[in-house]
Design a protein around this ligand. Structure first.
Ligand code: FES
Length: 568
């Protein structure tokens, strides 16, 4: 098998000439033959002026290159798409699969013996891992790391749980224009990813649990020196993989690795987005995430991490308490410690090295959990035949069993226009329903599932209501919120049939969500629906590809032709 610069030659009909030409051009960069004859470690560069979460990527890249060269291999950095959560129209999720395709194809197209992917902002790590699992080249993942916390009036602030909480206070008139501006400058005090247990932190933890990144790499704060030492160490590991030609992800990731990732997802009080991404990642391999098995885990695995939005602390506190190795140690027999990691260690080795930090209270024991059950439950019922998800660890206990009158919003735009209308017929016991906000409907399944409490109710002191939708929700949000209702309304799911005033019953203990309308009436409503017409936005380009091939939430919202086995 060819390696290094000889891999994947551009086709000119003469392999010798192709290599000659490649070398002639790359020498324009000043490389020597010694450098060009080394195994190559590709390094993705997702730095972008639009992506503050990745602001430390240039420094991470320098550290990785140092590690690669100290180990005798040749680093080569190349750009890929970068996705920043708040700079991605219409949603970052809409672009995740594009980034996965871009990254996969650039890994395949360019000569490299191992790859280091550096990401962090919500959809980037999933996209990069989906790509790496499909390309199946020896891979080390480096999360960029969380921001450090902010402070305001003696209070610790974190993006973006406190963004939402304080914006809610502003909407309710509890803080004024001057104070909300001050808060705006203090919520994100450094580069790095959101420092609560949002999607970015969730995916970094899942990555470390899978063994695709180095121990502690999920939690080291983005600006810390340790972050760059970890990057240098990651470069060394990648160079060793490049020289040894493995192991590839397919050679050490097992069904147990993916189960461990699900256990960690529950135990950290992780983002609901994590379930979609992990499903998509597994579907790039021969392994699967089964929703029933995931829900069973939710009854067995306690939440042990005391982080916002389920708890009180932030990622840097989790890190200083011992990070993921300590969490996995506390989870004990819920984790399969025989699983291998990219360093060649087993998780047993990783856990054995976990630091014991006296007095820390960010990582709880199983006998003193934050919540006795896991973060998320999977619901089914006539409203969600293929499932829905609720992060009950961040919900109001009194609303987990609730029947209320539906107040329906047709779309995100409709909701935005009407939710604060003083004339809206709504009270605190109602169930807010948002539809046409799924993978295909919005498009890109926006994080609109955290419907705002109508202003008039917010001002009257209502802090939470049952809210249901086919949308997603930011991992940093909280509330009694049912998400990912599948099938989504835009493809004819039952959510499309709900009318204002219908009664909806949520019963999390029994894992059900039902529309209390008889089947004959629902059938009548279904028959009266107009046929699906391709919307104008989906007539060309990537939007067309997206609309034609996007899968539902229970299948990870990948494109149907990108799964491991290709198109059915
Ligand atoms: Fe980038 Fe939260 S906005 S991780």
């Amino acid at each position: 098998m060819t390696d290094g610069l000889r891999k994947g030659l551009a086709s000119y009909g003469d392999a010798g000439f192709s290599l000659f030409l490649r070398k002639a051009f790359i020498k324009a960069m000043g490389y020597s033959d010694d450098a060009l004859n080394r195994p190559i470690v590709g390094i993705t560069n997702t730095y972008s002026d639009y992506n503050p979460c990745h602001g430390n990527v240039p420094q991470i890249i320098e550290a990785v290159k140092r590690g690669v060269m100290l180990t005798g291999a040749m680093p080569m950095v190349f750009p890929t798409i970068s996705i920043a959560e708040s700079f991605s129209h219409p949603t970052s999720m809409y672009l995740r699969n594009l980034m996965a395709m871009d990254t996969e194809e650039m890994i395949r197209a360019q000569p490299m013996d191992a790859i280091v992917v550096i990401g962090g902002c919500d959809k980037t790590l999933p996209a990069q891992i989906m790509a790496a699992l499909s390309a199946d080249l020896p891979t080390v993942v480096i999360p960029v790391g969380p921001m450090v916390v902010g402070h305001h009036k003696g209070e610790v602030l974190g993006a973006c749980t406190d963004c939402r909480r304080l914006w809610g206070k502003y909407r309710a008139g509890e803080i004024d224009d001057v104070e909300i501006e001050a808060v705006n400058g203090r919520l994100a005090p450094s580069v790095g990813t959101c420092m609560v247990m949002g999607t970015a932190s969730t995916m970094a933890c899942i990555t470390e649990a899978l063994g695709l990144s180095l121990p502690m790499s999920a939690t080291i704060p983005a600006p810390h020196a340790e972050r760059f030492r970890s990057a240098e160490a990651s470069g060394k590991v990648a160079a060793a993989l490049a020289k040894a030609k493995g192991p590839r992800p397919s050679e050490f990731l097992t069904a147990a690795s993916f189960r461990n990732a699900q256990v960690v997802l529950q135990a950290i009080g992780g983002s609901t987005n994590g379930l979609i991404h992990l499903t998509a990642m597994a579907n790039r391999t021969r392994h699967r995430v089964d929703l029933a098995a995931f829900d069973k885990l939710s009854r067995e695995v306690p939440v042990l991490i005391d982080l916002k939005p389920s708890g009180d602390h932030y990622m840097e506190h989790f890190h200083h308490a011992g990070g993921l190795p300590k969490l996995m140690a506390q989870l004990g027999d819920l984790i399969d410690l025989d699983c291998k990691t990219v360093t060649g260690q087993t998780l047993r080795d990783v856990v054995a090295d976990a630091e014991d930090v006296p007095g820390q209270d960010a990582i709880r024991t199983r006998s003193n959990p934050i919540k006795p059950e896991g973060a998320m439950a999977v619901l089914h019922g006539n409203l969600a035949p293929r499932g829905a998800v609720i992060k009950h660890s961040a919900a109001s206990p009194k609303l987990l069993q609730h029947t209320g009158r539906a107040v329906v919003f047709e779309s995100v735009e409709d909701m935005t226009e009407r939710v604060d209308d003083p004339a809206l017929d709504v009270n605190a016991d109602d169930v807010l329903v948002l539809r046409n906000a799924g993978p295909k409907g919005a498009p890109g399944m926006p994080e609109a599932g955290y419907l705002p409490i109508p202003k008039k109710l917010g001002r009257a002191g209502v802090k939470d209501m049952v809210r249901i939708s086919d949308a997603r929700m930011s991992g940093t949000a909280f509330g009694t919120i049912v998400l990912h209702i599948t099938p989504e309304s835009a493809v004819g799911g039952p959510l499309a049939l709900v009318k204002n005033g219908d009664m909806i019953k949520l019963d999390v203990a029994n894992r059900s969500i039902d529309l209390l309308v008889d089947a004959a009436e629902l059938e009548k409503r279904r028959a009266a629906r107009p046929p699906y017409v391709t919307p104008d936005w989906a007539k060309r380009g990537y939007a067309h590809l997206f609309n034609e091939t996007i899968l539902q939430a229970d299948e990870g919202c990948d494109f149907d032709f990108m799964r491991g086995q290709g198109k059915d």
